[in-house]
Design a protein around this ligand. Structure first.
Ligand code: PGA
Length: 226
């Protein structure tokens, strides 16, 4: 059975109180029949919530059967130093096992270049953080050392109009053949209703979920159906 990555990208949403409420409902309502052994569940909250989420996860890890992992949504291209406002790989390395790098919102709104993204990949790898490298299509340049990519076509993000599972599988196959053994995820308007149509595809190893991950009940359904 293939191991599936189910990743929640909360973007710039959720206060501390909303986050506490999300986890309370998530752990309370997670039914026993949801298969978790075959899944790597990763939450990527906004930066200020990384520490509180880490503490919540630790607190529940002993009594719950799910060990959620933490990821950042972005990372500084610098290791440390006088970079006002930047959060570096070193600073999150005690809490995060993953980091989303190259999300299309970062590339478009914050003008992140391929060169900068390759530097970010190298930096997180130095701190044993696994990059989840987002690509928007087959023309993407994948930096050395990347093992997980998320195919997220721009038209599908937040639009309610996902790519077809067949298209996504073709793209995933392309990247696997070109770059060898890497995991390829799909992202863009994934919901509990369509998640299985993607995870069932031969070359797709999981999903990156934005909007639908913000509601704990919906996220549980995504885990259940994936
Ligand atoms: P969406 O976002 O699920 O809201 O389309 C996905 C993403 O941007 O990672």
């Amino acid at each position: 059975m293939k191991r599936k990555y189910i990743i929640a990208n909360w973007k710039s949403y959720k206060t501390l109180n909303e986050t506490r409420e999300w986890f309370k409902l998530f752990y309370k309502n997670l039914p026993d029949q949801v298969e978790l052994e075959d899944k790597e569940v990763i939450i990527c909250p906004p930066y200020p919530l990384i520490l509180p989420v880490f503490e919540i996860i630790m607190q529940y890890s002993t009594k719950e059967r799910i060990m959620i992992k933490l990821g950042s949504q972005n990372i500084s291209p610098f290791e440390e130093g006088p970079y006002t406002g930047e959060v570096s790989a070193r600073l999150i390395s005690e809490f995060c096992s993953y980091s989303i790098i190259g999300h299309s919102e970062r590339r478009q709104i914050f003008s992140e270049s391929d060169k900068m993204l390759a530097e970010k990949v190298e930096l997180v790898k130095n701190y044993n953080i696994n990059p989840i490298f987002c690509v928007q299509g087959v023309e993407a340049v994948i930096p050395l050392g990347v093992e997980i990519i998320a195919y997220e076509p721009v038209f599908a993000i937040g639009s309610g109009k996902p790519d077809t599972p067949e298209d996504a599988d073709e793209v995933a196959k392309f990247f696997k053949e070109k770059y060898g053994l890497i995991h390829v995820l799909y992202g863009g308007s994934v919901t509990a209703e369509n998640v299985s149509s993607f995870t069932i595809m031969e070359n797709i190893d999981g999903v990156l979920v934005g909007g639908a991950s913000r509601d704990p009940e919906h996220f549980i359904q995504i885990l259940n159906k994936s």
